[in-house]
Ligand binder design. Sequence first.
Ligand SMILES: C[S@@+](CC[C@H](N)C(=O)[O-])C[C@H]1O[C@@H](n2cnc3c(N)ncnc32)[C@H](O)[C@@H]1O
Length: 393
Amino acid sequence: MNVNSLITKDYIKYDDFAVRKNKPNSKPISSKAKMNANAFSQKDYENVRLHRRRENKPNQTRSKAEIPTGELLGILKPGTNQTQRLSEFFLFFTFLGASYNPAMQNWTIQKLLNWITEYFTERGIDSPRLNAELLLSHVVGLKRIELYTQFEKIVAKEQLDRLHDLVKRAGQHEPIAYIIGRTEFYSLQLYVTPDCMIPRPETELLVERAIEFLRKRSSRHFVCDLGTGSGCIAIAIARNYPDADITATDISEAALKIAAKNIEKYQLGDRIRLLCGDLFDPIMSQPDVDEFDLIVCNPPYVSAVEFEKLDKTIKDYEPKLALYAGEDGLDICRRIVKKVDQLLKSDAALMLEVGYNQGQAVRELLEQAKCFSEITIEKDFSNNDRVVTARKI
Ligand SMILES: C[S@@+](CC[C@H](N)C(=O)[O-])C[C@H]1O[C@@H](n2cnc3c(N)ncnc32)[C@H](O)[C@@H]1O
């Protein structure tokens, strides 16, 4: 890679790669993360890192002690005089503090992007550059790519005030998706709030398999999405398979309100119906109980030990109800497998998202049920167990 010809794309890849490198099992924020990270080697990563350092500190011949702290942090350009240096340095730190006064300086998109990235890096926020771009583009009302074409644009005071609050929240590990109120999933823009789990890129694999399955059968199909949360799986299937008639359920009324908003956004109200209740109960209590051609579910699957170790960004902000599933993380799965055959047509499919090491345990549960064949476990792009599929005999 030529480090002098770096473009936005490389920075985005760099961020995705950095996340995976540091936390191989973590969930990258960008839905393109898997492609980006896979297309990026350790050598590219080192190159970009070096390039970034040089961008901020071109005079590499000076010893560390000779370089002002502001330059070391990438805040100051080399060559600024002492007075400028002190005032810029002061402004950077006060940007996030109470005495921040935006009128004192012309804040360009480029300056803000660099400084927020540094701030997130210092605070151990995943994908610092990507998250800085997401926040900034949200506040200034530009697409991420447009930030780079308007680098010198001066950001208005009201926008700076807003940005200041949002950067502070993100610095305390609040998920960016909740801060900006939306996320991307399967090329859809979905509303999210702390009432629903933030859809993850890994879940796109489940959606892909579901759409493939339906397309092979090519007729009108009844699909159930158990534990729909934001509605992401149901909406992605409905948008990509026009003959799917979907029932989406969740035990959380608050989550269903978000799902309803997303369904309305994509005008799918006539094809997705929402039911509230515990697993299959709300379906069973309908006057005409449906049998489905496909049941998909991304259940809660975090075990007790894993829950304690979860990243602060997840544990402190996302609903526990969407994550935790008993001692071994299989409580919900067990309950689904016990009852699901009553609601599946013969030859219909069950597709479950599972935890990184749960494939075999879920396969055994399905085998014990004695009503499934063709049980498969599929790994995701991080080589973790991710989707278990079974066919009703
Ligand atoms: C892991 S989240 C998945 C959300 C969404 N489908 C997604 O993929 O982003 C699990 C969802 O199941 C719901 N849930 C938990 N226990 C449930 C139960 N007993 N019955 C129905 N839904 C449940 C949670 O409220 C949450 O929305």
